[in-house]
Design a protein around this ligand. Structure first.
Ligand code: MLT
Length: 245
């Protein structure tokens, strides 16, 4: 058992609740901060989100953490490594990627942000569970679809728009991953159609420290669809920190 804190960073357009099932049986201190928090007139930025995560790790007072980020959470995790490397003992990159958006993808995000702001509701992203969840979950597990759909529907539209704008502005952080010297685990659902196995392999190959875990029959939200598999990967990652220390 480890005393290294574990930080779980959520996906878009969700919040800390997506980690509930993984966090329930993890040992020690577990932090699940909400990421999309607009700060006054400051421009939307994943770097600002990473700085707030750094504050939370420092406030927990227990030293460098195992940091796991799923999709948008992974983008923030890499920004955290870049800006606060001393706070990250190990990295789990779950259904995410280290590359930036194409110009087309960034433009689409800005359009979605504008649509959400204009609507004043989350209607423009309400259908996202159809792509977030894997085909097996969508066809065989209606209760999971219902849960994720409810979470999306409960998001604050201003935070949804903020997160889209922040993600559109992020740079490629593959070099940050290459430079990270702690243990890394890359996790991906084999039915993930948003950031799939190719992106996962790209990250695993960028890091000399990486293990690749492919979770069968789950999509982009592996931590919701198969929390036990993701928890096992995190516990093993924390053990690698203990063994190295
Ligand atoms: C997420 O799950 O956080 C989003 O799909 C990330 C993205 O839109 O790139």
């Amino acid at each position: 058992m480890t005393t290294t804190p574990i930080v779980l960073l959520h996906a878009f357009p969700l919040d800390h609740r997506m980690w509930e099932d993984v966090a329930a049986d993890l040992p020690g201190t577990v932090l699940t901060p909400d990421l999309a928090v607009p700060a006054g007139d400051a421009p939307p930025s994943l770097e600002a989100a990473a700085d707030r995560v750094a504050d939370a790790i420092r406030a927990a007072g227990s030293g460098p953490a195992v940091v796991a980020g799923l999709s948008m959470g992974g983008y923030v995790a890499l920004a955290l490594v870049e800006r606060h490397p001393g706070l990250v003992a190990a990295l789990a990159l779950v259904d995410t990627k280290s590359t930036a958006d194409t110009p087309q993808a960034a433009a689409k995000r800005l359009q979605v942000a504008a649509d959400v702001a204009a609507a004043g509701t989350v209607d423009p992203v309400r259908g996202m569970p159809d792509v977030l969840l894997g085909e097996t979950t969508r066809t065989a597990r209606p209760e999971v679809v219902e849960r994720v759909t409810a979470w999306v529907g409960e998001q604050d539209p201003s935070r949804v728009a903020w997160a889209q704008r922040a993600m559109a502005a992020r740079p490629d952080r593959t070099a940050v991953l290459q430079g990270f010297t702690g243990p890394v685990t890359v996790v991906v659902g084999d039915e993930d159609t948003i950031t799939g196995v190719d992106e996962a392999r790209h990250m695993a190959e960028a890091s000399s420290q990486a293990l690749l875990v492919v979770v069968p029959r789950v999509g982009h939200l592996s931590a919701v669809e198969d929390p036990a598999a993701v928890r096992t990967a995190l516990v093993e990652l924390a053990q690698r920190v203990s063994e190295a220390g």
